[in-house]
Design a binder for this molecule. Sequence first.
Ligand code: PLP
Length: 406
Amino acid sequence: MLLNIEQIRTDFPALHQHVNGRKLIYFDNAATTQKPQAVINRISEYYSHENSNIHRGAHYLSHKATEAYEQARKTLQQFLNAPDDRQIIFTRGTTESINLVASSFCKKFVKPGDEILISAMEHHSNIVPWQIACQDHQAELKVIPMNDKGELELEHLSTLLTSKTKLLAVTHVSNALGTINPIKEIITIAHKNGTPVLIDGAQATSHLAVDVQDLDCDFYCMSAHKLYGPMGVGVLYGKESWLEAMPPYQGGGEMIKDVSFTKTSYNDLPFKFEAGTPNVGDVLGMEEAVKYINHLGIKNIAAHETELMDYALSKLGSVDTLRFIGTPNERTGVISFSFNDIHPYDTGIILDKLGIAVRTGHHCAQPVMDFFGIPGTVRVSFGFYNTREEVDQLIEALEKVRIMFS
Ligand code: PLP
């Protein structure tokens, strides 16, 4: 089904504003997406009529909020095709999901001399938690290299995976380059070595259908705000056997069964990993975002975005002195580039003056920038509400930037 983009855009109030006297063109979707009115309304509705702490209350509002919160868990379970809603842990987002696994899994399963394997194209969120865990447990961090196109060199994978490799953590889609990694293949190879795999799905869930059972990943992490939902909320999916075996990440209310000064017993999944009062309003906003995506159909979204991406790549390719950073065969969402003699920041500032929002800099992926020997890139990232006309205006604006600095 072809999406009616003009119609869809009317659902997004933030898109209908002027910036620096120009109609806003929003190409910073990899940083965060705009929110449809339905998501904004859902959060407002919760605080207007349902606000109550959940799980323990005897009263009407508490029951209502608890029911809504647990229904949201089921919606997210279906979205990721997880076998059971007990495997959906609500977190603050991808960063917290990764930190949870890095802290809890490593405490139980990583010993001095062991190894954790990541890749050369990870976001800092999928590097630093593993560095901390490796320091804590005297383990070693290993890295799958990538090539000049910005694709992982998977021919090294079977030698990098050894009996010491306790976990492999890799991104589904690179936020700096747009590369879609062949994670199913990576997971199969890692599992042959007996190594569980965590997937950083922050950049994937808004562009691709994710089926954790088909992928057979051990953990999958996502953030609602990259998915047209609210900020500061997300999901950790985990295989039940791992989640059962892992110790709690944080202590507090909700995650216990019984507490005394001498002994505490922990709650069942998923509550064992949800200490303290949860972010109920934003969980409901995240559910609404998922419903919105489901309504459009992720396959329809992908078809529109692929067409837009191809169009943008061919147009950008004809801009003089523009150099793509990363030319992977399989990509989604993101195009990174720079001009030979113009600092990405200067490009970003001029585009902003022309009403176009892009991101410039290292995109929290400094090792990727080091690999390409550059301080940063200009990153254009797409959502399903972007159009060819907006791409045309971007090209015009980039021509202005080029001429201004030549
Ligand atoms: N991983 C990737 C690939 C990302 O792009 C991001 C955010 O940009 C993150 C992790 C962290 O997501 P969050 O800040 O929502 O926790």
